[in-house]
Ligand binder design. Sequence first.
Ligand code: ZN
Length: 171
Amino acid sequence: MIRKILTYPDPELKKKSLPVAVINEKTQELVRDMVETMYDAPGVGLAAPQIGVHQRIAVIDVSGRDEKPEIIVAINPAIVHSEGESYDEEGCLSVPNYAANVRRHAKVVVKALNLEGEEVTYNAEGLLAIAFQHEIDHLDGILFIDHLSNLKREMFQKKYRRMLQEGQVTA
Ligand SMILES: [Zn+2]
């Protein structure tokens, strides 16, 4: 089932998500919905709080259009190592029609549980490294716009308010 994606400035997006204690049928159903919602949007990642569920779950697929889909289901993900710097353009399904460059680590090692409850380690770089950092931020109530300088964030807020007024974004 495709769920509604919450958009900024919905306060639900600012809440911290709780670790998943048990992976059960409900978790599987939630993940199925998240994957469906992500592909429908379409986006390369979606975190549970974006659909109003405050559990530490993210789904990611950074495969290209002509590649076969590669879904990562990350439950209770944690960055255990990070290195380097990147400064790439990001967008977010919860902040429609806006993109900005964000400073991130270039490489991260992430540990997470999969849907079977097994611990998986990801050595991520490039787009996948950015996606992990972006989605894990969501689980802590942080949006990519929170990483912008004050000036850039003010500019964003002005532009976004105008888009809301003009109905380009429905909150
Ligand atoms: Zn996002």
